[in-house]
Each structure stands twice: as structure tokens, then as C-alpha cells.
Ligand binder design. Structure first.
Ligand code: FAD
Ligand code: NAP
Length: 548
């Protein structure tokens, strides 16, 4: 357990924020606006979070640039110019730096510093936050802006450390350029990160071996340069469109067809899917309103995408191996690509189906499957993340009466609204498990959470409240609701990271809230308006008042 000791200054700052991704940056800005003292600790050496760490070739957003950006400031959204319809990682990282500079945020960010512990002290109604640099800071509130996809995961493959060539993980890509020219490269994994990076690596490398355990559905992004008129149209109408996005299920203004797939004839369905395929990206899943709900409807979309894969990939045996068959489309995060399936027509790309021939071990030279040995110059692990809970559980968190987050979440995350966990007063999460987060345009969900937290802190100050905590009963009712809603959909049918299924031994519960961004926002607002119903509030202790 972390000890609440070692700090001589009894005064606490208002808020410690952990993480300088988009969530942490906006949180700091809001708190400054309230006149509160706040400090960010960030493990990396720069801002941007996801876009700081994931520098792999081809890394790109799958939400349109005009929508994957902050909407809270018209000045920011008018000034910044995106060069492509779907932005690449370098441009999104530049945008994060632009925001940090424009809002003068850096002076309150401590980089290269990882928060390791947080211990609640009831007497002072504050947290003692400990870092790997040996510093302990006292703060009345902690905001975990630690990200849902920020703990990259190396799989436990036998011999993993024996490989003599270069090893990369997409989520921890080096800052200096990586040149695969003339190299033989093994890529392990075929999720979103792999599907984006494989075509780019293949265009450079001598040969690429793709090691696929589970095929995924991918839709072409149809990315291209940003048309000037399209950008101008968005900028003219930003206020209305942002407001619309905040009400949408996915937090994206998008062309949802409010009709069942089974209500159309075969010919109509085909025409609709063709049109969606041409439109590209995640909008494909909005071709009908029941693709996530009805297996028979979902099957029609699966059949269409299978047909597309067969048409694109020349070798019928390779095409068959690329067909996803073990989960309904969209129940794992749909992938969005540029030339992914086309890449398997290149002579320098080989698909290795691990379903037929699993990996036996990683060797000094490369990798052995049960059928064959492969030799590489480099291995790229595109093996994903310990999503939603992994980063939080790495921090040693001890709440009221020493209650530990690790124990509280031992059977899966329990939160009220994905914002707080019972037993941890004054500790908030941005886009935590139990909120729409990863099922939405994250910029919209981040803004909603940060605004809710900032408003809550302002309300507490105005009402002389020293602590807020999720009520246990309200939390359990919310956990049940999140679970009920998930089980009314097809999502739990996939072994996805949403379910924790990608991490051996992780409790298998559906973690994000499927109820939709708009409905969730209304719920959060109603709770705040009712004086934070479902939360327990305690007045500022007299001793704390005297000390401040
Ligand atoms: P992050 O960006 O993850 O930032 C968290 C920060 O906290 C990190 O910098 C980390 O270093 C820091 N941190 C964590 N723990 C500690 C600690 N203990 N001490 C100090 N610092 C700590 N979302 C979309 O909506 N659309 C997309 O197209 C999209 N594409 C994505 C592509 C990739 C490759 C990945 C991995 C994710 C993508 N996402 C996308 C999700 C993306 O994570 C969010 O959109 C968003 O960037 C999250 O911002 P954040 O600030 O909440 O978290
Ligand atoms: P991921 O979706 O979890 O994919 C990991 C891949 O690695 C899977 O194919 C998995 O196979 C494979 N894998 C894991 N362990 C393995 C092992 N031991 N042996 C062989 N294969 C193994 O991770 P990700 O691709 O990094 O994406 C994570 C999330 O980040 C996405 O779902 C998305 O939300 C976000 N993201 C978005 C974009 C974008 O388009 N904007 C891009 C990248 C990431 P199994 O499926 O069989 O487990």
C-alpha cells in the first residue's frame, strides 16, 4: 500500500491530473478557467497521449478530421487546418502541440514522470500522489486522464526476448524514423494497428510475413486531401454540427439509415452496401439500424464484405483465410484501411494463418510456427493493449480506509457512470469503463467528461463540499445497466478487447457503455442537476478550511 507520508507542505493543490493526452489537456484548461490550481504528470516527454506513443507507419484516425478535434473553442477549430479527410498521426500530434501552446498549458505539465501511487487521507480530504521521480504531491482531487488504450501489450510468446533483430510494438514506436528498406519483417497481429501499418511496411520492405490469428473486418477509409470547400462548409456550420454530434449515439455526425437490413430486398441491400463501401470507413456500420442488434441483419453485411474480400484478393486460398467468420461484423472495433486487402496481392507479402499453424516460439532468427521456421530482420508486434483498465490498475491506488482499486476491480471494473468508483473519493476518470468512451468519437466523450468533472468541482466549491464519492448501490445499479444493455446487442459474441478477452486471465465483462453518447450525456446531466444523485457528498472539514 502506498504510504501517505513524506510531504512537509500540508497545503494541497486543487487537482492532480494524470496524463497529457487530449483529456488531460482539456481538463487543465477547464480547471484554470475556474481559478483552480492544477498540475499534470505525464509519463511521456510530450503532449498528445495516443498520438505521442503510436507513431507506427500508417497510424491514422478513423473519425473524420473535421470531427476528431476539440469543439469547445471556436477560435481553435477555426484556426487549425487539417490537410487530409482522415488525419495521420504526425498531424494529430502537431494539433495536440498547437492546442498546448495556444492555451499555454505546458507550464503546468511535468513530463517524463509516471504517477505510481495515490493514497486518500480522510483528515485532509486529499490525495497523496507519488511519482517515479520520488515526488509526492498533495491534491484535493485527482483526475485520471490516463487513456483507455495506453498500456501496450506484448504477448507472452515463448522465447520472446531471444530475437536478435529489432523488435517494435506499434503502441511504443520509436521517435526516430524506422526504415524497413531491404528488410524481411514479421508482423504479429491483424487488428486496426496492423491493418494500417502492413500496407505501408510492405511498400518499403523486401518481404513482409503477416501472422494472423483472427481475421478482422476492414472497410476502405477513402482518405484523401481535404477539399477546401468541404473544410469551409464545416467551419461555417461548426457550432450546429458539433451540437448535433454531441447528441449522436457515436458522437459523430453521420449518415445513419434508420431502417432494418431485413426491411430491404436483396437488391436494395446490395445497392446500399455498395454505396456505403464507396463512402468508406466506419459509416459502413450505419448502413442499417440493427446491424449491432440482429444476427440475421448482421449476416447480410458479413456476406457483402466477404464478397468484397474475395473480389479484391487474387489468390482464392489467401482470400478465404482473410475472411472473418468467428464474430459478427462490428462487434470487434471495425478496422479502417488504405489498401489492406490489396496488399496481399503483392509478391512480397505472405499471410501466415496461425489458426492452422500456431506460433511455437520466437527464436534468435525469427519465429517458429508448428509448421515452419521464419527468419526476419525485424518483428513488429501489433498486439494491442490492456484496454480500459490496464493503465489504471498499474497505479497503486488506496482509497477510503485503504480500499484498493485492484481489489475493487478484481472481478472487472465497477464504476458509477465510468466517472468514479465507490471507495475512492475525489478521484475521477475521464472516459472510464462504464462510459461510452471507446465506442464513440473520443473527442466528444472526453469533452463531455471533462466538462462534467469541472462543473462538479465548481459546484462543490460553491456548496462548500470537501469530498464526493460514488454511492455503492448507485454504482452496482449502473454496472448492471451497462451489462444489460451490452447483452441486448451482438457485441458480447466477440472475443474482443471490449470484453477483456485479449488478456489471458482478465475478467470477461463488457466494459464500455453501449447506450450511446447522447442518452448517456442526458443521464449525467440529470444526475448533476439533481444535486449529484447517486454520489455521497461530505462538507469541507473545518480543519481543512483552516489549513488552506
Ligand atoms: P491518451 O491519449 O491515451 O493519453 C493518456 C496519457 O496518460 C498518455 O500520454 C500516457 O503516457 C499518460 N499516462 C498514463 N498513465 C500514466 C501515469 N501513471 N503517469 C503519468 N502519465 C500517465 N479514438 C477515436 O475516437 N478515433 C480514432 O480514430 C482513434 N484512433 C486511435 C488510434 C490508435 C492507434 C489508438 C491507440 C487509439 C485511437 N483512438 C481513437 C482512441 C484514442 O486513445 C483517443 O481518441 C484519445 O486520443 C484518448 O485521449 P486520452 O487523453 O483520453 O488518453
Ligand atoms: P487489437 O485490435 O487488440 O489487435 C491485436 C492483434 O494482435 C489481434 O489481431 C490479435 O489477435 C493479435 N494478437 C495478440 N496476441 C497475439 C498472439 N499471442 N499471437 C498472435 N496474435 C496475437 O490491437 P490494435 O490493433 O492495436 O487496436 C486496438 C484499438 O486501438 C482498436 O480496436 C482501435 O480502437 C484503436 N485503434 C484505432 C485505429 C484507427 O483506425 N484509428 C488504429 C489503431 C488502433 P486475436 O484477435 O486473435 O486476439
Amino acid at each position: 500500500m502506498p504510504q501517505d507520508a513524506g510531504h512537509s507542505d500540508p497545503r494541497a493543490i486543487d487537482v492532480v491530473i494524470v496524463g497529457a493526452g487530449f483529456a488531460g489537456l482539456y481538463m487543465l484548461h477547464r480547471l484554470r478557467g475556474l481559478g483552480m490550481t492544477a498540475r499534470i504528470f505525464e509519463a511521456g516527454s510530450g503532449v498528445g497521449g495516443t498520438w505521442y506513443w503510436n507513431r507506427y507507419p500508417g497510424a491514422r484516425c478513423d473519425v473524420e478530421s473535421m470531427q476528431y478535434s476539440f469543439g469547445f473553442s471556436d477560435e481553435l477549430q477555426q484556426e487549425w487546418q487539417w490537410s487530409e479527410l482522415f488525419s495521420g498521426q504526425p498531424e494529430i500530434l502537431r494539433y495536440a502541440n498547437f492546442v498546448a501552446d495556444k492555451l499555454d498549458l505546458r507550464r503546468d505539465i511535468t513530463f517524463n514522470t509516471r504517477v505510481q501511487s495515490a493514497a486518500w487521507n480522510e483528515g485532509s480530504q486529499s490525495w497523496a500522489v507519488g511519482t517515479d521521480q520520488g515526488e509526492t504531491v498533495r491534491a484535493h482531487h485527482v483526475v485520471m486522464a490516463t487513456g483507455c488504450l495506453s498500456s501496450s501489450r506484448m504477448p507472452d510468446i515463448a522465447g520472446r526476448d531471444s530475437f536478435r533483430g529489432r523488435t517494435y510494438h506499434t503502441g511504443q514506436w520509436p521517435h526516430e524514423p524506422v526504415d524497413f528498406t531491404g528488410q524481411v519483417v514479421g508482423v504479429i497481429g491483424t487488428g486496426s494497428s496492423a491493418i494500417q501499418s502492413i500496407p505501408v511496411i510492405a511498400a518499403q520492405a523486401k518481404h513482409v510475413y503477416v501472422f494472423q490469428r483472427t481475421p478482422n473486418f476492414s472497410i476502405p477509409s477513402r482518405n484523401g486531401p481535404m477539399p477546401a470547400e468541404y473544410e469551409a462548409e464545416w467551419k461555417r456550420d461548426y457550432a450546429r454540427r458539433r451540437a448535433e454530434a454531441r447528441k449522436m449515439r457515436s458522437g459523430v455526425v453521420s449518415p445513419l439509415n434508420d431502417k432494418s437490413a431485413l426491411a430491404d430486398s436483396e437488391a436494395e441491400r446490395r445497392a446500399n452496401y455498395e454505396q456505403r463501401w464507396k463512402l468508406g470507413g466506419t459509416y459502413f456500420m450505419q448502413a442499417y439500424n440493427d446491424l449491432a442488434l440482429n444476427k440475421a441483419s448482421n449476416d447480410t453485411a458479413v456476406a457483402f464484405v466477404h464478397e468484397k474480400i474475395r473480389a479484391i484478393v487474387h489468390d482464392p486460398k489467401v482470400a478465404e483465410k482473410l475472411l472473418p467468420t468467428n464474430h459478427p461484423i462490428g462487434t470487434k472495433r471495425i478496422c479502417v484501411d488504405t489498401d489492406y486487402y490489396e496488399t496481399f496481392n503483392r509478391p512480397n507479402v505472405t499471410l501466415v494463418d496461425l489458426h492452422d499453424t500456431p506460433i511455437r516460439e520466437i527464436t534468435q532468427a525469427g519465429l517458429d510456427t508448428t509448421a515452419q521456421s521464419y527468419a526476419f530482420d525485424a518483428i513488429v508486434f501489433a498486439t494491442g493493449f490492456d484496454a480500459m483498465t490496464g493503465t489504471l490498475l498499474k497505479i497503486d491506488i488506496a482509497g477510503r480506509d485503504g480500499a484498493s482499486l485492484r481489489e475493487a476491480w478484481s472481478a472487472g471494473p465497477h464504476t458509477f457512470l465510468g466517472l468514479m468508483t465507490a471507495g475512492l473519493p475525489n478521484m475521477f476518470m475521464v472516459t472510464g469503463p462504464g462510459s461510452p468512451s471507446v465506442l464513440s468519437n473520443m473527442m466528444v466523450s472526453i469533452e463531455q467528461h471533462v466538462d462534467w468533472i469541472a462543473d462538479c468541482l465548481a459546484w462543490m466549491r460553491a456548496h462548500a463540499q470537501g469530498a464526493i464519492e460514488a454511492d455503492g448501490a448507485a454504482q452496482e445499479a449502473w454496472v448492471m445497466h451497462v451489462n444489460d444493455v451490452a447483452h441486448r446487442t451482438l457485441y458480447p459474441q466477440a472475443n474482443s478487447w471490449y470484453m477483456g478477452a485479449n488478456i489471458p486471465g482478465k475478467p470477461q465483462v463488457f466494459m464500455p457503455y453501449i447506450g450511446g453518447v447522447g442518452a448517456y450525456r442526458e443521464k449525467c446531466d440529470a444526475i448533476a442537476q439533481a444535486g449529484y444523485e447517486g454520489f455521497r457528498l461530505s462538507p469541507v472539514h473545518a480543519a481543512v478550511q483552516a489549513a488552506e
